[in-house]
Design a protein around this ligand. Structure first.
Ligand code: UDP
Length: 330
């Protein structure tokens, strides 16, 4: 099969990571159909993609029956990526029932489509399946410490159920599946109002507003630049003979939230005020991926240095929110 003969469905393709993945696939010559409900995407993400003639957009929500433009195609899909779900805590907690159904009903529908098409299916799962981890760094065989009743459960448990569905389809020979557990990711195409730490801190710093640190800022995360993440997903989809194994995708460089804030402020070169507010319920204390499996299977590891990634992200946000991009020229 030549690359240009391939038809690929990307659910959530207008979103933050999805839009970068679509661009990689489109530039490789694949035909890409993006299905997205536009819940958390920016119109600029979509307009970047509609410039490609091999791109098609279908507005739909994967919790509803899939539209006939997708299910009744004369050509069948070769690959189906599922990146559809709000991923920022305030966004996914705003409608928790919809969040859970997006992962469970949406993934089931896309798996059935993969079965009917003979497509290979990739689920984007999350480091949230490890909850507030007792094991550190997190390896794929760690079973996690997740609350099934707390405010994050709609996302965490939805993704855990989606993984179960994907591996059951694979186990029973109904579809070939790949499962990526994506850790914190940042970069251009994030929504400035997304509510996650990188977008909040950069936009607050750029616009001269106090920077919000939840808790004392000693909690850790490990931030991966979005183009590194998107490339890992493409490689994971194409790797052969992976078995029933999820793969962590993230950057093992761990830092505290406070260190992230200090870096952004230092790079911006302006004094900034910090405001501490209460740590949200069930906020994981620390998070760092073990990426040995991704390195071995995909010959992949993140290549974008944090400062380069933060600088590119600052410039992008400066443009998006209309602040002076020269402040990020250091
Ligand atoms: N956080 C923060 N200030 C913000 C947004 C988030 O201190 O304005 C903290 C949050 O409590 C968490 C970490 O930053 O400890 C990462 O939060 P984010 O929402 O980006 O992602 P999470 O990894 O929690 O899903």
């Amino acid at each position: 099969m030549s690359r240009s003969d391939r038809l690929i469905l990307v659910a959530g393709g207008a979103g933050f990571i999805g839009s970068h993945l679509c661009r990689i696939l489109l530039e490789a010559g694949d035909q890409v159909v993006c299905v997205d409900n536009l819940q958390t995407s920016r119109s600029s993400n979509l307009s970047m993609l509609t410039k490609y003639e091999n791109f098609e957009f279908v507005q739909a929500d994967i919790t509803a029956p899939l539209p006939s433009t997708i299910t009744s195609r004369t050509r069948q899909f070769d690959r189906i990526y599922n990146l559809a779900c709000a991923a920022s805590p305030p966004r996914y907690q705003a409608d928790p029932e919809h969040t859970m159904l997006t992962s469970v009903v949406g993934t089931d529908q896309l798996l059935r489509l993969a079965e009917a098409s003979g497509a290979r299916f990739l689920l984007t799962s999350t480091s949230e399946v490890y909850g507030d981890p007792e094991a550190h760094p997190q390896r794929e065989d760690y079973r996690g410490n997740v609350s099934c009743t707390g405010p994050r459960a709609c996302y965490d448990e939805g993704k855990r159920a989606a993984e179960t569905l994907a591996f059951d389809f694979a186990r029973s020979g109904r579809a070939e599946v790949r499962v990526a557990r994506i850790f914190n990711t940042y970069g251009p195409n994030m929504d400035p109002d997304d509510g996650r730490v990188v977008s909040n801190v950069i936009c607050q710093a750029l616009s001269g507003n106090p920077i919000t640190i939840y808790g004392d800022g000693s909690q850790t995360r490990s931030f991966c630049y979005v183009t590194d993440t998107a490339e890992a997903l493409r490689r994971l989809m194409e790797v052969e003979e992976i078995g029933l194994e999820p793969v962590n995708i993230g950057n093992p460089h761990e830092m505290t939230v406070r260190e992230l804030v200090d870096l952004v402020v230092e790079m911006l070169g302006r004094p900034a005020q910090v405001r501490n507010s209460p740590l949200p319920e069930d906020d994981p204390r620390r998070r760092r991926p073990d990426i040995a499996r991704a390195k071995a299977l995909l010959d992949w590891e993140p290549s974008t240095p944090l400062e380069d990634g933060i600088r590119a992200t600052m410039n992008w946000f400066a443009h998006e929110i209309g602040e002076d991009p020269r402040v990020t020229a250091t």
